[in-house]
Design a protein around this ligand. Structure first.
Ligand code: GDP
Ligand code: MG
Length: 497
């Protein structure tokens, strides 16, 4: 996802490796790398120029903190390269705009009309949102208001079946607006509190489509109108989005197929082209490949620094939220054990493609991390051969213990010691991430170069320190909401039974 951009920012950082301070000349050299990547990712020249000018002004204008205190209280150096990355991060976040993943509800009912060209992923997104709203405790109804293609309703019905969500489809001769009005009445009578209207697209923008969408919007009176845009379409997607936005009042954008394209510059241009916030990212065909949009998360992934907050959210989907919260806190304090790691590896395996997860880890070099699915199994085998004490305090593992663990797990002593070393680095890195040093004023915990994972001037997770505190707060709030929903559905079930 967005590898072109990531490579450009990494190249820029490499240019700054070893420089003693940022100056007009070295910032210019670094920005040339960024420029090339942005243009290659299909962004317009004016937008690129504007972005580079902002980064440059920030990098040269801001007083640079040279030292910052990390979570463990140690003073760490901030390199000019890291300061430059921090400037890029702030400008990327500004460009991507505020994240507004919450959907509006009206009188307790969340309704969403999805519009966009044909094939961009509207029908798939309707089902993903139904699933998402279900997990928030809502009872959704899917409305197949694409009556252009007979196969469209069948596709939605198929998706609805997998989610156990009812799908309302048009009667013969029924128009899309009539169907939408019928859906609203049905929702009132049968207490559905979420409505997802899938609409028809066309291959290109035309007046007939716009008129149909206006009529549907009038009949459905949705509390949200989302424009679905395909990141694969590059610059075209941006033009199409601007045209939609000019004609139909939109509340938000959903960007799809971010998994499918290395360029994806559209993602960066969409917000400024439409003036509408990005709300969701779709990163795959599976119904679980939906992410509420967080500009910080996307920016730090673009910079090759991972998205720890997003990673923790993913964990919450498959593990108990209380446990996830504890794990996140431990991770961010740099206090987790091999047992935690084992638990997380098991959760990882439930989380889907490893590559997606790695992209969210703050590993220098991002996707190029030399870990594969087989590696997970090997790590698991080694941890299982450790004693309880060793898992809790891996420092205990001396050469003779390593020998025993190696024999027990069918690996070499070097493998075991390698795991121990990587684990310690990871713990240290996480600890640095969770630190309170620096605050918003540009403080960056420095990470040791991690052999085999990039080296050079390593990527710096930007210690989004306030964000981590916020993350913990949000995660607690989410746990409470989930518990509430669980109680609510248990009550409902009792009443029914
Ligand atoms: P619609 O015509 O706008 O309703 O588009 P569909 O929902 O039918 O999707 C068109 C195709 O794109 C289908 O094959 C989907 O599986 C696929 N698709 C949708 N969203 C994504 C995504 O985020 N990533 C990828 N790789 N494929 C997607
Ligand atoms: Mg469709």
């Amino acid at each position: 996802m967005l590898e072109t951009l990531t490579r450009g920012f990494e190249a820029a950082r490499e240019r700054l490796a070893g420089v003693r301070r940022l100056d007009a000349a070295n910032v210019k050299t670094a920005l040339a790398q960024v420029r090339r990547a942005l243009l290659e990712a299909d962004l317009d020249q004016p937008l690129v120029n504007d972005f580079l000018a902002r980064v440059s002004a920030r990098a040269l204008g801001e007083k640079q903190a040279t030292r910052v205190r990390d979570a463990t209280g140690q003073l760490r150096k901030v390199s000019p390269g890291q300061h430059f990355v921090a400037c890029c991060e702030r400008e990327l976040v500004a460009l991507l705009g505020p994240g507004e993943p919450a959907l509006e509800a009206r009188d307790g009912v969340t309704s969403v009309l999805l519009i966009g060209l044909q094939g961009v992923g509207k029908t798939t997104l309707a089902a993903k949102l139904a699933r998402w709203l279900q997990s928030e405790g809502k009872r959704p109804l899917l409305v197949a208001a694409d009556l252009q293609r007979p196969a469209a309703a069948a596709q939605l019905e198929q998706l609805g079946r997998t989610l156990d969500v009812r799908v309302l489809r048009g009667a013969p001769q029924e128009t899309p607006p009539a169907l939408c009005a019928r859906a609203r009445a049905l929702a009132r009578n049968e207490s559905f509190d979420a409505l997802l209207y899938d609409s028809a697209g066309r291959l290109a923008l035309d007046d007939a489509l716009m008129r149909e969408l206006e009529a549907i919007r009038h009949a459905a009176a949705p509390s949200n109108t989302l424009l679905v845009c395909d990141a694969l379409m590059g610059r075209d997607a941006v033009n199409v989005a601007a045209a939609f936005a000019a004609r139909i009042p939109l509340s938000g954008l959903a960007l799809t197929k971010l998994d499918g394209d290395a360029r994806g510059g559209a993602a960066l241009a969409m917000r400024s082209a439409t003036g509408v916030p990005i709300q969701f990212l779709s990163t795959g065909e599976g119904l679980d490949r939906l992410e509420p949009f967080r500009p910080e998360g996307l920016a730090s992934r673009i910079l090759g620094m991972g998205d720890v907050v997003g990673l923790v959210r993913d964990f919450e989907q498959v593990v108990d939220t209380q446990q996830a919260e504890r794990a996140a806190e431990q991770m961010l304090k740099g206090q987790f054990t091999m047992e935690d790691l084992l638990g997380q590896l098991r959760a990882l395996q439930k989380l889907g493609p490893l590559e997606d997860l790695l992209a969210k880890l703050p590993i220098p070099g991002g996707l190029r991390a030399p870990v594969d699915e087989g590696e997970l199994g090997r790590v698991e085998a080694m941890i299982q051969s450790m004693t309880r004490a060793e898992r809790r305090a891996p420092e205990l593992i001396n050469p003779s213990r390593a020998e025993r663990i190696a024999r027990g797990s069918g690996h070499s002593k070097a493998d075991v010691l390698g795991l121990q070393q990587r684990f310690r680095k990871m713990r240290k890195m996480m600890g640095a991430l969770g630190g309170n040093g620096g605050g918003g004023g540009g403080g960056l915990p420095e990470l040791a170069g991690i052999p085999g994972l990039g080296g050079g001037d390593p990527a710096t997770p930007l210690g989004d320190q306030g964000g981590n505190r916020q993350l913990r707060r949000q995660s607690r709030a989410r746990a409470r909401a989930q518990a509430r929903n669980k109680r609510k559905s248990a009550r409902k079930a009792r009443r029914k039974g």
